[in-house]
Design a binder for this molecule. Structure first.
Ligand SMILES: *[C@@H]1O[C@H](CO)[C@@H](O)[C@H](O)[C@H]1NC(C)=O
Ligand SMILES: *[C@@H]1O[C@H](CO)[C@@H](O)[C@H](O)[C@H]1NC(C)=O
Length: 353
């Protein structure tokens, strides 16, 4: 094991030992491959990570997580005091649903068709439908409506999606019509956010559960990912500027959507996690060279030997951050340094509301 692997394992135990009981009774995860922990393993799709070198620095090995170690969702779960990872929707049993479920699916997005050229995926709309089933089942199992409502109102919900609506939709004009229909970045961002806002509203209206604590992650700078750089080129710049411009249009428009959701739903508490700002701080010395040999689709080629480069890179494969970056993002989302990182609340604040 590399020295960084050892260091990460130590952090992992520290977090688990310090906390006894979780700070919230439950934690639900929605999103794409940035937070998927194995929902795609059984799907017909090329977007899978159920083979090495994925999981190479992870205590449980290969699981279907799209990185070498833990995802942002895993680390936030530890910070919340959970002593086990939240199970996937694909494998969760009745016994565990009251603690939360991970619905996230690699390749999925806000739009239904997003990622379809690679095969099956569970879109955000389908994830919301799956959540509805879980909530129904919980009502059935607990046999006390008041209790279940109270229980669910204390949960933390995170949503980390939207990247594929660019990578595997808008930026692939041969497969998807969106860039032909919405010819400016601004127009596309507006259309996406209109749908996203509706979906987030559905999330809080499911069974009218009262106070809800939802952290919505913005998009990272996709134009700096090794895979997009190799597809589009950078004309001598460090990143693909045109893609980052499109992403910023989306990110800049989320905060007003969050503010509006908070204004119109006094029982709900939404917050925006500014991944772009969080990522702008460390990075020093880390390269954007991937840590594995890439397939043409930007995922790691299957191989059991792991690269020593991964101690110096921000990316594990062509798209996904390496665990050290996830640790930083999760810590800042949980305990923000400034309102630029998380606004109006960081997650530790959301817990106490
Ligand atoms: C249902 O749950 C509420 C809230 O926890 C509790 O006060 C009440 O006693 C419970 N009712 C029954 C019948 O157990
Ligand atoms: C998010 O971070 C970016 C980069 O630092 C910044 O330009 C933007 O204003 C931030 N957004 C919010 C809502 O704070």
């Amino acid at each position: 094991m590399s020295s960084i692997g050892v260091r990460l394992v130590v952090v992992y135990f520290q977090i688990f030992v310090v906390n006894g009981k979780p700070q919230v009774p439950c934690y639900f995860i929605f999103g794409d491959s940035l937070v998927d922990s194995g929902n795609n393993n059984q799907l017909q799709t090329t977007v899978k990570s159920d083979y090495p070198p994925y999981g190479t620095d992870f205590s449980e090995g290969v699981t279907g997580r799209f990185t070498n170690g833990r995802t942002v969702a895993d680390i936030i779960g530890e910070l919340l005091g959970f002593d086990e990872y939240i199970p996937t929707y694909a494998t969760v049993t009745d016994q565990h649903i009251s603690q939360g479920v991970n619905y996230a699916s690699g390749g999925s997005g806000i739009r239904e068709e997003t990622g379809s050229h690679m095969g099956d995926r569970i879109s955000f709309d389908k994830q919301l439908l799956n959540h509805r089933w879980i909530v129904l089942r919980l009502f059935e199992l607990q046999q006390n409506t008041t209790y279940t409502r109270e229980h669910l109102s204390k949960c933390i919900y995170i949503v980390n999606t939207g990247s594929n609506d660019y990578i595997n939709n808008y930026l692939k004009p041969t497969f998807y019509a969106t860039s032909h229909i919405y010819t400016t970045n601004g127009h596309y961002a507006k259309i996406l956010l209109k749908q996203y806002s509706r979906q987030l509203k559905v999330q809080i209206s499911i069974f009218d559960l009262g106070a809800r604590k939802i952290a919505v992650f913005g998009l990272g700078l996709i134009g700096c990912s090794p895979a997009e750089i190799s597809i589009f080129g950078t004309e001598g710049k460090p990143c693909v500027d045109s893609i980052n411009k499109a992403v910023k249009q989306f990110n800049n428009k989320i905060k007003p959507v969050i503010d509006e959701l908070n204004d119109h739903n006094p029982d709900a508490k939404f917050t925006f996690i500014n991944v772009t700002n969080i990522a702008s701080q460390p990075g020093a010395g880390l390269t954007n060279i991937p840590s594995c040999i890439l397939r043409t689709d930007g995922q790691c080629a299957e191989m059991t030997i792991t690269s020593p480069v991964r101690t110096m890179s921000m990316y594990f494969d062509g798209y996904h951050p390496i665990e050290v970056v996830n640790i930083h993002t999760a810590k800042m989302a949980y305990n923000a340094v400034s309102t630029m990182d998380a606004s109006p609340y960081d997650i530790s604040h959301l817990v106490r509301l």
